[in-house]
Write a new protein. Structure first.
Length: 409
């Protein structure tokens, strides 16, 4: 009886540990999962990881001196967030700035495009531009640039230099500069070669990699799409992004050793199983979503259908908590841009249509006499949507528009 009781207790403990690993792996994003697996491989000799030839981190592998890491304890992200914290910003703009600095690559450049950022954060262009104006003032100057040319121009503007011909040289003639084709540049920009040499000396004082010398925060969660959804032959298809996650296998040499620790082997086997389960769960969810939200992928945000976790959980015979974990912090590369999987779950699709109408009304309004929330409510009623004034106010604020008084010019 004692033996039987002990066996039951040990079995229960093992199952609990397996379930914990499974739940953690399911809810991790690709970037988080990659870091987790790499860490596990360093402490568990039974785990062997390898990378596919198509695997990319999406950022350049800039080499740093070991001294850079010794002399700086805080990360670049910490330093940038600290600067943002001192600024007097609205809650929304501060949130956008924090998101941007957490999506920089190892050079300090923007890891995703501004268009993707706008779609991802569901903000308007004015808010995006306002946030980047702030980012471009942060130290080190050049942070948040989309590319090398952008980085150099940001630094020049910060120095108060707005030379149109210098900017043109940077935009179109850097390759000619590298090849020392000064006569071609001089002829096309209508300047003498001495002026070009002056420009080159000035460019050499700039920093092409603003993040150089700062420790990169390896725990930052880059927006790495879990899957790509695209249209092929008029139909939606998807492919899960397996390249970013290393392949995991059990070290055969270690498992065959008589001195091997079975706990390490069991953990390794369990991780392999959990990774397969994660893949299968994501596959089922994506298969469901491209059918349910087909109109959205073809026609855009206004065509999202009402969808809640319970709907997909019932359809797939999974628990709601499993669905919730599986879509947590995960993104998709779609015909509508990079989106969070969560954005495909809508409690009430009417809300999207109402907010779109409000946005259109405000964008077209007479700025000398902006439309009030009460008038918007009446307009919506005429269109068949019964929306109280206070609800209109809430939706307007979610869209990033100020009050009538704030919008008046």
């Amino acid at each position: 009886m004692d033996f039987s009781l002990k066996l039951k207790q040990e079995t229960k403990l093992v199952l609990t540990q397996e379930m914990k690993i499974s739940m953690n792996i399911l809810q991790m994003s690709s970037s988080q999962l990659r870091e987790y697996l790499e860490k596990e491989a360093t402490i568990n000799p039974a785990i062997e990881i390898s990378y596919s030839t198509s695997s990319t981190k999406g950022v350049s592998e800039e080499e740093y001196s070991p001294l850079d890491f010794i002399t700086k304890e805080e990360t670049l992200i910490d330093y940038l967030e600290e600067q943002i914290g001192y600024l007097q910003l609205s809650k929304k703009i501060k949130k956008i700035c924090i998101f941007i600095v957490n999506n920089l690559d190892s050079r300090g450049y923007l890891a995703i495009s501004k268009v993707e950022l706008k779609k991802l954060l569901k903000i308007n262009m004015q808010e995006l531009n306002e946030a980047f104006e702030i980012i471009y003032t942060l130290d080190p100057i050049g942070i948040g640039a989309e590319n090398l040319k952008d980085c150099l121009k940001i630094q020049l503007r910060n120095k108060g230099i707005y030379d149109e011909k210098l900017f043109t040289l940077i935009e179109y003639y850097l390759e000619e500069v590298a090849n020392q084709n000064y006569s071609i540049i001089a002829q096309e920009l209508k300047i003498d070669e001495n002026k070009i040499l002056d420009y080159i000396r000035l460019i050499k004082t700039l920093t092409p990699i603003p993040a150089r010398g700062y420790r990169i925060d390896t725990t930052s969660n880059y927006v790495v799409p879990e899957a790509k959804i695209e249209v092929k032959n008029g139909e939606l298809v998807f492919k899960i992004n397996e390249g970013v996650i290393p392949k995991v296998s059990v070290n055969s040499y270690y498992s065959e050793s008589l001195a091997s620790d079975k706990k390490f082997i069991n953990t390794a086997i369990n991780i392999v199983k959990c990774l397969e389960k994660r893949y299968q769960t994501l596959t089922k969810i994506l298969e469901f979503l491209i059918k349910k939200q087909r109109d959205y992928f073809f026609r855009g945000e206004n065509f999202l259908h009402t969808l809640i976790l319970k709907d997909i959980a019932t359809e797939l015979n999974l628990h709601e908590s499993t669905i919730s974990r599986a879509i947590k912090d995960k993104y998709l590369d779609t015909p509508q841009g990079i989106i969070s999987i969560k954005s495909l779950f809508i409690i009430d699709s009417k809300k999207i249509k109402i907010k779109k109408i409000i946005e259109e009304l405000i964008n077209k309004e007479n700025k000398k006499n902006p439309i009030s929330d009460e008038r918007i409510s009446i307009y919506l009623k005429d269109k068949g949507y019964i929306v109280a004034r206070r609800t209109v106010t809430k939706y307007r604020e979610e869209l990033g528009f100020g009050s009538t008084r704030d919008r008046k010019k």
